[in-house]
Design a protein around this ligand. Structure first.
Ligand code: DX5
Ligand code: ZN
Length: 217
C-alpha cells in the first residue's frame, strides 16, 4: 500500500489557517493531522474544538485528531461533533484504555492509540485488535520541528510483527521529524501514515513538499 501523508497543521501560520487547509485540500495528501495539546500532558497548548469546527467546512479530507490531553473521555463526543474522523488518545493518559477506545468507536470515529518514544510496543498487545491505528511518536510530543528519534525503526518493526500475529488491519502512523530524508525508509519499513509538520509548512514551497513526500516510496 502506498503511504499516506498527513500534514500537521501545528506548523502552519495560525494567522492564515484557511490558506493552510486549502493548500492541503488541493494536495495529494488524504489526511490532515490536528494536534490538540492541554499544557498538562505536554508542555504546550495548541488548539481545540472551536478551531477544528471552524476549518471543517474548508475541506473533505480526513481529520486525524491527535489528543495530547489528560483524561480525554469527557471530550470524545465534542471532538466528533467538531468534525473528527479519526481520534487518537495517548496510552500514557488513559487508565481505562479499552473503555476509551470503545467510546470513540461508539461515537462513530476510527480509534487510535499513540505511544511516547519510551513506551514499548508490546504494551499494546491486548488492545491491538480493537484499534484502527497506532501512532508511534518519533519525537517527544509537544512541539513541531524536532529531530526524528532513530529507535523508532525498531518499534516500527516490532509493531508490524505484532500486527501480523494478531491479523489486525490497523494503520501504523509515524509522528515527528518526518522529512524527505527519512520518508522512503519509513515507508519501506511498513509505515502506512506519515505525519509531516515542519517539512511541509516550513518548506519554501509547501505544496511541492507534500507532492515530494507523497510520491517517494
Ligand atoms: C508533536 C506533534 C506532531 C508535530 C509533528 O507533538 O504530535 O504531530 O506536529 O511535527 P514535525 O513534523 O514538525 O515533527
Ligand atoms: Zn501529532
Amino acid at each position: 500500500m502506498a503511504h499516506i501523508i498527513a500534514p500537521s497543521l501545528l506548523s502552519a501560520d495560525f494567522s492564515q489557517l484557511n490558506k493552510a487547509v486549502e493548500l492541503v485540500d488541493i494536495s495529494p495528501a488524504p489526511w490532515l493531522h490536528l494536534d490538540v495539546m492541554d499544557g498538562v500532558f505536554v508542555p504546550n497548548i495548541s488548539f481545540g474544538f472551536p478551531v477544528i469546527k471552524a476549518i471543517r467546512p474548508l475541506t473533505k479530507k480526513t481529520f486525524d485528531v491527535h489528543l495530547m490531553i489528560v483524561d480525554p473521555d469527557p471530550y470524545i463526543n465534542l471532538f466528533r461533533d467538531a468534525g473528527t474522523d479519526r481520534l487518537t488518545v495517548h496510552y500514557e493518559t488513559c487508565t481505562h484504555l479499552h473503555r476509551t477506545i470503545q467510546a470513540i468507536k461508539a461515537a462513530g470515529m476510527k480509534a487510535g492509540v499513540a505511544i511516547n518514544p519510551h513506551t514499548p510496543v508490546h504494551l499494546l498487545t491486548d488492545i491491538l485488535s480493537d484499534l484502527d491505528q497506532v501512532i508511534l511518536m518519533s519525537v517527544n510530543p509537544g512541539f513541531g520541528g524536532q529531530s526524528f528519534i532513530p529507535g523508532t525503526f525498531r518499534k516500527l518493526n516490532a509493531l508490524r510483527e505484532l500486527r501480523n500475529v494478531h491479523g489486525s488491519q490497523l494503520l501504523i502512523e509515524i509522528d515527528g521529524g518526518v522529512s524527505e530524508e527519512n520518508v522512503n525508509k519509513l515507508a519501506s519499513h511498513g509505515a502506512d501514515v506519515l505525519v509531516a509538520g515542519n517539512s511541509v509548512f516550513n518548506a519554501p514551497d509547501p505544496a511541492a513538499a507534500i507532492r515530494t513526500l507523497s510520491a517517494s516510496d
